[in-house]
Design a protein around this ligand. Structure first.
Ligand code: GLP
Length: 247
């Protein structure tokens, strides 16, 4: 199967490839192109299973990422950076070290911050100052992006989030993680302000969530539906299993 596009009235492009690896390769190509065009581009990186093949693919393109300004989408709070499920640890292992991003250009959320309000304010200022060129997103339970759970206002900035019972079930029961019920996350408004957004999803379950986000109401109940408000800068990359559900 070649890749094909699903037309959508609000979204710039929705591209379906056959398998997750093909989707990840396309994401890798698209991310690498942005870095070739602007070597110092500020990029927000997401974590999760979805990103593992993306990280592999982007590394294979052998583009110079050393000047990229790297940002962190979200992090459990309070959770140590060297904890087994730390997002920052994931990003170092999968993206930052393999891509050779200069340590001085890596900007992280401190999952151990004693004063989370101070930490999110600091981070929001930093993100805004750099003006993010590209955000790479996955999608989670209830249509969450980052840790913006159902009900998060669309004008939210970086904040401390209470995780939904669905996310807690996924993390602590289905995935067996000893992670907290709260997290620091870039807000929906913070994400929407980026110049370009790529959302990646594979499989039927993600397809069902995405279907709601792309074809249901634009509502804070489904945070990813907010992407349609800035759809002209959004690329959605899916495999066939997810794609079949969003046609
Ligand atoms: C996680 C993160 C999101 C991620 C999503 C999907 O909890 N907060 O940033 O995109 O859920 O994760 P996965 O790819 O593991 O399904």
């Amino acid at each position: 199967m070649e890749r094909y596009n699903i037309p959508h009235p609000e979204i710039y492009e929705i591209i379906v490839s056959e398998y997750p690896d093909n989707t990840a390769k396309q994401a890798g190509e698209s991310i690498s192109k942005d870095v070739k065009d602007l070597p110092s581009i500020p990029i927000t990186f997401a974590t999760g299973d979805t990103m593992i093949p993306v990280a592999r693919a982007v590394t294979n393109f052998e583009v110079d990422f050393s000047k990229v300004q790297a940002f962190h989408l979200d992090e459990y709070w309070r959770y140590p950076p060297d904890g087994k499920y730390s997002f920052i640890k994931f990003l170092y292992q999968n993206f930052f070290i393999p891509l050779g991003i200069d340590q001085r250009n890596i900007h992280t959320l401190n999952g151990l911050a004693k004063d989370p309000q101070k930490e999110v304010d600091r981070y929001e200022k930093l993100v805004t100052k750099h003006k993010i060129g590209l955000v790479i997103l996955g999608i989670g339970p209830g249509g969450h992006i980052g840790f913006n759970e159902s009900g998060t206002p669309f004008d939210s900035r970086t904040h401390l989030a209470q995780l939904s019972s669905e996310t807690i079930t996924r993390d602590q029961i289905l995935r067996g993680q000893d992670t907290p019920n709260q997290a620091l996350t870039q807000g929906i408004r913070t994400i929407l302000e980026a110049d370009r957004i790529i959302l990646i999803a594979y499989g039927e379950e993600k397809g069902r969530i995405l279907k709601k986000a792309l074809h249901g109401d634009i509502t804070p109940e489904c945070p990813a539906s907010a992407l349609r408000l800035v759809g002209n800068k959004v690329t959605v990359l899916v495999d066939e299993k997810a794609g079949n559900l969003v046609k």
